[in-house]
Design a protein around this ligand. Sequence first.
Ligand SMILES: Nc1nc2c(c(=O)[nH]1)N[C@H]1C(S)=C(S)[C@@H](COP(=O)(O)OP(=O)(O)OC[C@H]3O[C@@H](n4cnc5c(=O)[nH]c(N)nc54)[C@H](O)[C@@H]3O)O[C@H]1N2
Ligand SMILES: Nc1nc2c(c(=O)[nH]1)N[C@H]1C(S)=C(S)[C@@H](COP(=O)(O)OP(=O)(O)OC[C@H]3O[C@@H](n4cnc5c(=O)[nH]c(N)nc54)[C@H](O)[C@@H]3O)O[C@H]1N2
Ligand code: SF4
Ligand SMILES: [Mo]
Length: 697
Amino acid sequence: MTTTAAATTVLGACPHDCPDTCSLVTTVVDGVATKVSGNPLHAHTGGVLCAKVSKYTERSYHEDRVLQPMKRVGPKGSGQFEPVSWDEALADISARLHGIAQADPQAILPYSYAGTMGLVQGESMDRRFFHQLGASLLDRTICASAGSEALLHTYGGKLGMHVQFFAESQLILIWGSNSIGSNLHFWRYAMEAKRNGAKLVCIDPRKSETADKCHEHLQLLPGTDAALALALMHELISNDWLDHDYIAQHTLGWDDLKARALQWPPERAAQVCGIDAEQIRSLARDYGTTTPAAIRLNYGMQRTRGGGNAVRAVACLPALTGAWRHRAGGLLLSSSSSAPARRGALQMPALLGARQPRTVNMSTIGDALLKPASAEFGPQIAALICYNSNPVAVAPDSAKVVKGFAREDLFTVVLEHFMTDTADYADYVLPATSQLEHWDIHTSYGHTDVLLNRPAIAPLGQARSNAQIFRDLAAQMARYDSAFAAPHFADSDEALCRQAVDPTRIPFEQLLDQGFVAQNLPEAPFANGGFATPSGKCEFHSAALEAMGINPLPDYLPNHELPTASHPLAMISPPARNFLNSTFVNVRKLRSAEERPMLEMHPSDAQSRQVADGDLVRVFNSRGEHVCHASINGRARPGVVVGLGIWWRKDGPNGTNVNELTHQQLTDIGRAPSFYDCAVQVERMAPAEIANEGIAA
Ligand SMILES: Nc1nc2c(c(=O)[nH]1)N[C@H]1C(S)=C(S)[C@@H](COP(=O)(O)OP(=O)(O)OC[C@H]3O[C@@H](n4cnc5c(=O)[nH]c(N)nc54)[C@H](O)[C@@H]3O)O[C@H]1N2
Ligand SMILES: Nc1nc2c(c(=O)[nH]1)N[C@H]1C(S)=C(S)[C@@H](COP(=O)(O)OP(=O)(O)OC[C@H]3O[C@@H](n4cnc5c(=O)[nH]c(N)nc54)[C@H](O)[C@@H]3O)O[C@H]1N2
Ligand code: SF4
Ligand SMILES: [Mo]
């Protein structure tokens, strides 16, 4: 922390679910944060922030911030609340939870995700509280579990290249990622490589901002990546662009994988992927003959039925060519398994004792909230405590999610900054601090540094940090159960920060001084094999998957929803550049940059439906209907429409967003949602219909 007469600067960390985990410098004048900028001393941040977080003071001081506890007074979902005191809210909530827990604590479900990625505000006191209570556990699958588990069964964990070495690569495959929008600081390294002569290839069904800047773009159909990867293997084998020594020493299951790949000549994959066989051959030639060659794989390509298999197929490629031998070769999806977080110490699962609560999958929250009690499911969900997430907007199959949240007999508490779609359905909304107002500690999934976030300003209004709210709830619960009076329910946020990382690897004093600490890790993680799998090899064949009844060899699995006569278009809904999931949707400058909910269409699909650019369209399938404006901007391919997300439902012309159309079917590996595996039809709305439905055109 440095101080001048006029201003103080405070070091922090960006809390958002973004691989970049930037180091922040907040300028504070008279207790007011006036500016948030990128720390120039942190190499991965390089002094620059994305457009979203550059507007951070606007978000934190937003006139719509919830700054006092609110209690529902109208029907569920109406958004009618009145202020209550913290004392009244905490006493009532703890009494309600105690009553439910007396019958069966598993009827209480905590629901949280990565609104903040902080170890303290995301997964510390909250988990202690729910473990002590014996509440249901949450299977946190909404984003990354297909890819994560696929990597686990191939490399042994979320391990991969160091992001900075992409700058030295000669060929970069950007696979299922709109890096300019969602991984900006990786893109800086890719640009450096480009200036040094590297070739950049984008593999994406959408002509994204990133595709615009790459040398090649393979605009394949959603959910067909495994077919493409198998055809690349076919070509590597046919042309003998293989590292036989690496394969023999460091891989498992080569004969089987080879046999499978030889069934995938480029012509076969071209048919499945909807691209030219020549593009596949050319990519295979580049990949087989360029050193070092690197793959930036991202989560965008694992949100279809075969997403896990697709990640496994792609993850095999660098072991076939021996690309791992070079620090600028290999693959990066996530490096978070190398983070030195001490989750056990923070979350204290031992507080469960002998109890083994059920686990509820967050991705099928719609179904879960509507399930009655049964021997198989256990008790009906009676209480939901929701924080760091906005499930009513982001979970698939909204109609069911909304129906579940609207249950009058469901007791819902939401910890939030704003009156989101989810907060609208709460019985209590509790005001949470923002990153400028609390302590936290952060690891990253895009680099391997650890960052500390110090509070720059005092909590606004009556806001309290998540950890504080769970400390307060624990203190109330101690009236009923003395176990909640244990000292670990009194640890302060700063104390939790100190418990969060291994001090022998990350000295806390250094974090206090610099705001970040880099870990000392090998430059090329698998240059000499050493995979973290049971066999120690890169597992083309996974016995662990086989034991779960899953195909042990990567394969292509067609989407759950292939186009039909009634729903002939595939819809994907990747993030809009100026939003972060459903966060920032209410920040004026960012919202105006995204204009309004839109559906990108190819001119041929638009013409055959008499849709012109800007027309209001109805996008529908058997689950529901979403109204938005057509955008014929050259980014969609024929047969695929793109609804950039994630708008709040209440901002949609008919009160819905893209998740009105998505479904709750899960991926092959990892029990994750298949958001980008969704068939729809589109119709232009006639002026009379628009008037009838009361939609402002
Ligand atoms: N600006 C911004 N940044 C973000 C986010 C955000 O909402 N906004 N979200 C954050 C979060 S939570 C995450 S998980 C990451 C997500 O970031 P990534 O994992 O990099 O995913 P996206 O940027 O969403 O990129 C998805 C890209 O994949 C493409 N895609 C869709 N289906 C397929 C497919 O079947 N195959 C292939 N090859 N590509 C496909 C989409 O068209 C899109 O361009 O980004 C994080 N960063
Ligand atoms: N159709 C479609 N749906 C998707 C996706 C998609 O690509 N397409 N992407 C999916 C993915 S990858 C993800 S990760 C999920 C993301 O879904 P969520 O994790 O729900 O992310 P957000 O929508 O950003 O909501 C986070 C909320 O947390 C709040 N928050 C932030 N910090 C704090 C804090 O310190 N305390 C408290 N109490 N609250 C805080 C924010 O105000 C915000 O409302 O959405 C998924 N849904
Ligand atoms: S959202 Fe990502 S790019 Fe933007 S400041 Fe945060 S970590 Fe950096
Ligand atoms: Mo995500």
